[in-house]
Design a protein around this ligand. Sequence first.
Ligand code: SAH
Length: 246
Amino acid sequence: MKQAKVRLYVEHALGEGQTVPLTRDQAHYLFGVMRLGPEAELLLFNGRNGEWLATVAEAGKRGGCLLCHRQTRPLQCPPDLWLLFAPIRKARTDFMVEKAAEMGVARILPVKSAHTNAERIRRDRLQAHAIEAAEQCGGTFVPPVGELRPLERVLAEWPEDRLIMFCDETLAGARAGLGAAVRGKGGQGGKWAILIGPEGGFSPAERARLHALPFACPVSLGPRILRADTAAVAAMTLWQSTLGDW
Ligand code: SAH
């Protein structure tokens, strides 16, 4: 059986005849871990120029160089969907970012709500998870991960033409599906965001504020209370199959 080609995310521009220098980590991964030698083929993407077939031009211990040949897939952007979530414990936050990159969101925005425990996030580490997920799932786009910002401020500056699928745990069991919310707003596709709360849920003040916002659509995710990471996956599935590109 032919082995699947290595897929690597690079920052560099990609195009026919383009040489792509490697960082020390990338050289270690390709030549030390994956054991690629000169002339070996691999696939590159940078989130902007689609996917390209490349070969190893120079392989060294601390660096090297690749040569880009032809485009194998065009850039495929996800629908204009943002995921807003309150970071929880590290492994579960990593999981949410990874799933968001796989399932197809355009931006990942960590928000600090009243009951969010995490004071800070490692944005670079979360971004690396999104890149790894895209490498693994054949994606050509990598959703940018934002800095942790207070939910209050994010809502104060919210672009009014973007609807929020507000996953409200107090609606568990209520008849408040996404379909009804979409019909209620008279909208279909277009710009959206999903909002998932932390383990402690939303505070009464946050909930009242969200229910009063004209662009927020309170939605139930079924009769059971889901953990935040499960809720994020369920919400993305629901949105993608109702309004997205699935
Ligand atoms: N501690 C809270 C639950 C928080 S669950 C409680 O016991 O009520 C974490 C987040 O997942 C929630 O803030 C919400 O955004 C989402 N969520 C979980 N289950 C949900 C459901 N059935 N309907 C809508 N949102 C849900």
